[in-house]
Design a protein around this ligand. Structure first.
Ligand SMILES: [Zn+2]
Length: 660
């Protein structure tokens, strides 16, 4: 009988098949033709049976299915280490998203993916499940590198680097899906970023699109406890039931993170066949928590392991991730028997393939499966010695001792992408050079932004352009608010247009460099006639004041940029990193008045904390001449109200009181 020709024969290997029986073949071999595994068996038999165009002698090393990175954002290799040690919202809204708006282009996604591919191939990853912008270029680059990937086009409710609206991104996604469907390496997917960056209509539309083309849907789910809390407040339900209501689990869905799920939510994920991508490094680094993976596995969920994006990890090392996944379950849940090495390796290979709905194609070394195979050198000092009394020792070695640098050969779809640790499809030196050039541009952007509070404010204003206003004002201490109110009502020269009563809680963020100005976070609680409070939140940059003493009044002119504050006070504090924080609470009776044909706001403020009251008169202004005319009028108004500013304590800002 003549030997059957095949393209590649991997021989003299310890074959860790990860098939349903978890067979390990010592002195085994694998025959590959084109993109497919033809046979897996003892080397003696296969060596005779097949005549290979290329034979790789594995010298006793371990051959395993390639690793499946179940959740990542690969172009973010270019943002690796940009900003760390921050809370998720500050990291995301303060750094990642502003830099992405500025720098993420099709070229960025392409370059970032090539760099990531080099790193992933080196660490034994053969398939990755991605979510990013310009996913068309992610797909192009992955295909060029020869990697298998699920490429999820991100859809957000607000403008993103590749779409000005959600309708645009949905249409872009549709075209993207149509273009890549049926590709041998690339599976296009629909990726609504997360429940908190989506609207209900958007989620329903995303699910419909994924179902229409029978492609996966990739989404972040219950990454933080805050996400669950906010979802309950806003939608009256925990995240999973709310997503289910909008059909999110009807397609082949991959849910990343799932750190904070209750039992009912886990059962929903199981019943809908949803895959979970567990991302231990990212969850630890951003202090999101630890997903109860052992519980998910007990309930029968499909779980894989993901690195998450390299900006929150900061690398794409699946061996490190798998080891950490195993350790975390043991350490956090105080039980060393949880997630044993064999199970952990399963999550990284066949389990991951199931979680991303590709178990029929990849994840194990079996006849008919795609030839996505890695060879791991087991002869390093850190792997010596080895035991063979039980097959479990092989998994211990893989999960607890092997390093990504031990991966020596990588095949994807039957094509050799790395041989003896040399990459065959990518020019690493060229990629390094281009990535460094990109980091220099981003460095310059950040440096410029950090010098200037307005640029920092603009960076997080989600497209809202702050309005600059100039004002003049004068503050005088008064003894009796009621007396001033009575006078305002009596004066013929004064017309009261309208009044309001509000409670204002101001937090000032101050900086040692006074020329920067200061940031004010204001919680403005307006009490309506029926007694119901209406609270407005604003964040303002108040420029350095120019003071002029004029007609016995101190007149202040300064610029102010103001936008609605859609994030928490804690967020702004951590984002702006002031040198000092000052809080001022006051009750403000505001009179909008006309005096000598000029509009003024007369604020009667009582600062209960220090037991003082002030009259603040202010007006917007446009020019130096206008300011001077208004100053004159303000002096007159004070005298009519029976206040001689020169006899009283005057003040430019309330924070001066707090600093006393
Ligand atoms: Zn992610």
């Amino acid at each position: 009988m003549t030997a059957q020709p095949v393209d590649i024969l991997l021989t003299n290997a310890t074959v860790v098949t990860m098939n349903p029986k978890k067979d390990v073949i010592f002195a085994g071999a694998i025959a590959i033709n084109k993109d497919t595994i033809i046979e897996v068996g003892p080397a003696t038999a296969l060596n005779k049976k097949y005549q290979a165009a290329k034979t790789i002698d594995c010298r006793g090393d371990i051959v395993s299915p390639g690793l499946v990175n179940a959740h990542t954002h690969v172009p973010m290799t270019l943002l690796r280490g940009l900003s760390d040690d921050l809370r998720l919202d500050v990291w995301l809204y303060g750094f990642m998203m502003p830099v992405e708006r500025e720098f993420v282009t099709p070229e960025f996604s392409y370059l970032g993916t090539l760099l990531a591919s080099a790193e992933m191939i080196r660490s034994g990853i053969t398939t990755f499940c991605d979510m990013y912008y310009f996913e068309d270029q992610v797909a192009e680059a992955a295909a060029k590198a020869g990697m298998r990937a699920i490429c999820g086009q991100t859809i957000l409710k607000f403008p993103s680097p590749d779409a000005s609206s959600y309708d645009d991104s949905l249409e872009y996604c549709r075209q993207f899906v149509k273009k890549w469907r049926g590709h041998p390496l690339i599976v296009p997917a629909v990726a609504p970023h997360a429940p908190y960056t989506a609207t209900p209509e958007m989620l329903t539309a995303c699910a419909a699109l994924a179902l229409e083309y029978d492609v996966p849907l990739h989404i972040h789910v219950a990454e933080t406890a805050m996400e669950q809390e906010n979802n309950k407040t806003e939608h009256g339900a925990t995240v999973v039931p709310w997503l289910q209501k909008h059909n999110i689990f009807k397609p082949k869905t991959i849910a990343a993170h799932c750190v904070h799920l209750d039992d009912t939510e886990m059962i929903t994920l199981k019943n809908t066949g949803t895959g979970v991508a567990h991302c231990p490094s990212s969850n630890l680094k951003l202090a999101s928590g630890v997903a109860p993976v052992h519980k998910m596995l007990k309930l029968g969920l499909r779980v894989g392991i993901g690195t998450d994006g390299p900006a929150s990890n900061n690398d794409l090392d699946m061996l490190e991730e798998t080891r950490l996944a195993a350790f975390l379950q043991k350490g956090i849940f105080a039980d060393p028997t949880l997630l044993p090495a064999k199970k952990a390796w399963e999550l990284a290979t066949s389990g991951g393939a199931e979680a991303i709905h590709m178990g029929h194609l990849i994840g194990s070394l079996e006849t008919g499966k795609k030839a996505d195979i890695i060879v791991i050198n087991v002869k390093g000092t850190h792997q010596t010695p080895r035991f063979s009394h039980s097959e479990d020792t092989i998994y211990s070695q893989l999960v607890y001792a092997a390093k990504s640098t031990d991966v020596c050969h990588v095949l994807i779809n039957g094509r050799l992408l790395m041989e003896d640790s040399a990459l065959l499809t990518l020019d690493e030196a060229d990629l390094h050079q281009k990535a460094i050039a990109m980091s220099e541009k981003i460095d310059t952007f950040i440096r410029t932004r950090e010098k200037d509070l307005l640029s920092k404010l603009l960076a997080i204003s989600s497209g809202v352009v702050p309005v600059e206003t100039f004002e003049i004002q004068s503050k005088v201490r008064i003894d009796d608010i009621a007396a001033i109110e009575a006078k305002l009502g009596e004066l013929n020269a004064v017309t009261i247009n309208r009044t309001s009563v509000r409670k204002q809680y101001d937090t000032y963020f101050c900086f040692e460099d006074k020329t920067l100005g200061r940031i004010r976070y204001r919680e403005d609680e307006l009490t309506a006639n029926d007694g119901t409070p209406d609270v407005l939140y604003r964040i303002s940059l108040i420029g350095p004041a120019v003071e002029r003493v004029f007609n016995h009044s101190i007149i202040l002119t300064r610029s102010r940029y103001s936008v609605p504050a859609d994030k928490s006070r804690r967020f702004y504090y951590e984002y702006f990193q002031p040198d000092q924080k000052i809080e001022i609470a006051k009750t403000r009776k505001r009179y909008h008045i006309t005096f000598r044909n000029t509009h003024f706001a007369a604020n009667l403020d009582s600062l209960a904390d220090i037991g003082r009251s002030y009259l603040e008169v202010k007006s917007r202004t446009w020019s130096a001449k206008d300011a001077e005319e208004k100053a004159q009028l303000m002096g007159e108004l004070f005298l009519l109200l029976g206040i001689d500013p020169s006899q009283k304590e005057t003040l430019t800002e309330y924070i001066d009181l707090a600093q006393e």
